[in-house]
Design a protein around this ligand. Structure first.
Ligand code: AHR
Length: 344
């Protein structure tokens, strides 16, 4: 089933540049959706830096796995510079143990605030408790943790990944609303156990179940990288007789998969409809060429919001427990128009 005509019509007529205000459906952490302020005092009091002293921020980044991540790191580094903070930045190479080490290191160095983007959701309670006991406030950025004790961090700044999955699902349901046969979907998941992989899958499945013709026939992790996306797509193409749709949890995996699809003599965006998440420049180029049909935006430019939250926490101000990033969605036509404005 390849409803290219229907998809084309929908794409041409429905200009879905939604400047969607996210935040309708936070799924993580346990108290997500809270818009009220959280107390800024933890068990041990947060120690403000001496007057005139620069704020020191320890930041543990997931890695450099994708174009999104590169843009996110640059945003954090630029914003810290603009804010006049002393930034200690470490790259965990997608390994939780490296992030735990980095956080412990920041605790030893007595930084003013620790921020990190947790590679996976689970397993943070011990180290977060150590930071709390040392009186060092922690801010989560981009990805959530599943800790029940939400006093272990001050705020979580980032996207609503469940909503991103839902947006991908809605476009697909709409595109295939007249489908009379089964639509075979393959899914490239992000890093196993990570919030975006869990949530984008959950949001997508929640929506597509409204149409029993939409079937995920294979789903595997591509670890958010181009190389893995290509490798797993090659395996899907070998194993599956007929693939109608690829849902990739990020642009990089979709771009790797496009290479595999082309090498198999098929046309990405036509023989296989492609949906991805992020909206980095390379993704937009592929969408503009018609190789990606629909992109759900995930905004990496979190630096300025993070620095504001750091400042507020240090100043003892109340911070909102959940800060959700504003994002949109893009068809191929939207991507063509938007490409010259894309910063990353
Ligand atoms: O956590 C955000 C996700 O991580 C982005 O979608 C992906 O590209 C990145 O690696």
């Amino acid at each position: 089933m390849k409803p290219i005509k229907a998809a084309g019509l929908i794409m041409a007529s429905v200009l879905m540049l939604l400047s969607a205000a996210c935040g309708s459906s936070d799924s993580k952490p346990a108290n997500a959706g809270e818009s009220s302020a959280a107390p800024t005092q933890a068990a041990a009091a947060t120690k403000a830096p001496a007057a005139g002293k620069k704020i020191t921020l320890g930041f543990s980044q997931v890695g450099a796995e994708s174009g999104w991540r590169t843009a996110n790191s640059k945003s954090v580094q630029d914003a810290a510079k603009d804010a006049g903070f002393d930034l200690k930045f470490s790259d965990a190479q997608q390994k939780q143990e490296n992030q735990i080490k980095a956080i412990r290191n920041y605790i030893q160095q007595k930084v003013d605030v620790i921020a990190f983007s947790p590679v996976v959701e689970s397993g943070w309670d011990t180290v977060l408790k150590e930071a709390k006991d040392a009186g060092i406030p922690v801010i989560l950025t981009d990805r959530a943790v599943d800790s029940k004790d939400t006093s272990l961090y001050k705020t979580f700044i980032g996207s609503d990944f469940v909503e991103e999955g839902r947006r991908a699902g809605k476009w697909l349901v709409d595109t295939y609303k007249d489908a009379k046969e089964q639509v075979n979907i393959v899914e490239l998941q992000g890093t196993t156990g990570s919030a975006p992989a869990n949530d984008r899958k959950a949001g997508f499945e929640e929506i597509i179940k409204s149409n029993p013709n939409l079937k995920i026939i294979a789903s595997q992790t591509g670890d958010f990288t181009r190389a893995k996306g290509k490798e797993v797509m090659q395996a899907f193409l070998k194993a599956q007789k007929k693939i109608d749709v690829l849902y990739a949890h990020n642009d990089d995996m979709a771009l790797g998969a496009i290479q595999a699809i082309e090498a198999a003599g098929l046309k990405p965006g036509k023989d296989i409809i492609i949906i991805s998440v992020d909206g980095v420049k390379d993704g937009f180029v592929a969408a503009g060429e018609g190789k990606i049909n629909f992109i759900v935006e995930c905004n990496p430019l979190l630096g300025p919001q993070l620095m504001q939250a750091v400042k507020d926490v240090v100043d003892g101000k109340e911070v909102t427990k959940r800060i959700v990033t504003k994002e949109g969605v893009f068809t191929s036509e939207d991507a063509k128009r938007e490409l010259p404005n894309r910063q990353y």
